[in-house]
Design a binder for this molecule. Structure first.
Ligand code: G6P
Ligand code: MN
Length: 440
């Protein structure tokens, strides 16, 4: 098995310890020669980087481990780029959540005006990353988890249409699958989904077990009877428990398919708005919880010189998925994953240039998506509106167009009112002046 050189972009992230642990536990499936952590934030990178050295020293000493803030070092001679950057960090995530909420609109990392703002920030750094990687490692696979994945995927498809080694992925379908599996007490690795939609905007149409039975009806029945309250497989924090509880509401109203949890913001914006606290958003919750815990724990490990007794490096779905996806490509395993690809006829009644999220077999030539066929009017209508929002967001960035930005926000189901769209756009422009192109 070939030994791979990896760079993890966003190496100072709270998710990194779990990803590193997933690397050391999957060495039999995904062999490693070198792991480099890269981040623009030296302080965060140092803590997690020192932790990485200890973890690998204890669990896989044959793998070379380094960390850097120099992209020339980071991107040289790599086989896989695992990208999970967050332009503007948690400070800007907080703005994305709190500015819309202060104006009576949904404030969320990837949905609505928050996702729009984050999208305009992410595109510039993502384009720079792809150009740098292609200069230094022309054949590397770029596995991108950077958010908002829908907007990032669309922008990269526009800017690098011929680059077929960029794959955009989200862990939410896998997180959901784990939760579903838990509800029916089934091994998640034995379940195979069919799925369609946009990123953070899709539906499971069926979930097959190893005998070929669709278990989605059984999952729906349990979910419709309070199955998700107060249980979910992620168990991150209260806000995630609230999120999973909304699956029941969505199934009551729209029983066809199992929804992605992010649809709650688009289907019930008023209800969700009433539930969100403009002074304590998800960023505050993450800062007080995961961020604090991960950094304190990594510092402790560095001080003790051992990670063997550590709690931050438990196997999480996100890390496992990132490594398993890379393994499926590197070793041509052709396993099924839900990924983001150009539509090109997969959903027969949607345009070719929509970046859809769909199940695909993943091998050395990338994803081979499974056909979906025609989708019904309700779903088609929702997707077309959301795609128009995403497309106008990307075009607003590329053309520096205020008008397109305003059109995008007006189309978003969490905004709708054009006066509110203008108000939130102007506030976001002021907050993002260091990150966005000028919108004229
Ligand atoms: C899920 C989504 C990601 C998102 C993350 C936020 O995993 O798929 O796109 O970034 O949740 O998680 P957090 O715990 O930071 O709110
Ligand atoms: Mn996601």
């Amino acid at each position: 098995m070939k030994k791979n050189n990896i760079v993890l972009v966003g190496g100072g992230s709270t998710w990194t310890p779990g990803i590193l642990k997933a690397m050391t536990t999957h060495l039999d499936q995904f062999a490693l020669n070198r792991v480099v952590l890269y981040d623009v934030d030296a302080e965060r990178q140092n803590v997690i980087g020192e932790f990485a050295k200890i973890l690998f020293q204890e669990e896989a000493p044959e793998v070379e481990v380094a960390y850097t803030t120099d992209k020339e070092v980071a991107y040289r001679d790599v086989d896989f780029v695992f990208c999970q950057m967050r332009t503007g960090g948690f400070n800007m995530r907080e703005q994305d959540e709190k500015i819309p909420l202060s104006l009576g609109l949904i404030g969320q990392e990837t949905c609505g005006p928050g996702g729009f703002a984050y999208g305009l920030r992410s595109i510039r750094d993502m384009v720079e990353m792809v150009n740098d990687v292609r200069r230094l490692s022309p054949d590397a696979w770029i596995l991108n988890y950077t958010n908002p994945a829908a907007i990032v995927a669309l922008a990269l498809d526009r800017i690098f249409p011929d680059d077929n080694r960029i794959l955009n992925i989200c862990d939410q379908p896998v997180n959901l699958m784990r939760s579903y599996a838990k509800l029916i007490d089934h091994d998640v690795n034995k379940l195979e989904p069919t799925y369609f939609g946009l990123n953070h905007f899709g539906w499971f149409t069926a979930i097959y077990d190893e005998d070929g039975n669709d278990v989605a009806p059984k999952i729906k029945e349990i979910a419709l009877n309070g199955g998700f309250s107060p249980v979910d497989a992620e168990q991150r924090d209260q806000s995630w428990l609230d999120t999973y509880a909304m699956v029941e509401d969505m199934l009551k109203d729209f029983p066809d398919y199992l929804p992605n949890t992010y649809l709650q913001y688009y289907l019930y914006p008023e209800y969700k708005l009433a539930k969100l606290d403009p002074h304590f958003t998800r960023t505050d919750e993450v800062r007080a919880g995961r961020e604090k815990k991960v950094f304190a724990e990594c510092a402790r490990i560095v001080e003790n010189g051992t990670a063997s007794d550590s709690s931050v490096v438990h196997n999480d779905a996100h890390g496992d998925m990132m490594v398993e996806v890379a393994a499926s490509i590197a070793n041509n395993l052709r396993k099924t994953y839900i990924v983001i690809v150009r539509n090109d006829g997969i959903v027969a009644n949607l345009p070719d240039d929509v970046m859809i999220e769909v199940a695909a077999s993943l091998g050395k030539n990338g994803p081979a998506p499974y056909a979906v066929g025609q989708i019904d009017t309700f779903y088609k209508g929702l997707i077309e509106g959301q795609h128009a929002f995403e497309k106008l967001t990307v075009e607003a960035y590329l053309e520096g167009s205020y008008t397109k930005a305003l059109q995008a926000l007006t189309l978003n189901r969490t905004v709708v009112d054009a006066k509110k769209a203008r108000q939130v756009l102007d506030a976001l422009i002021a907050a993002n002046k260091d990150y966005w192109p000028e919108l004229k």
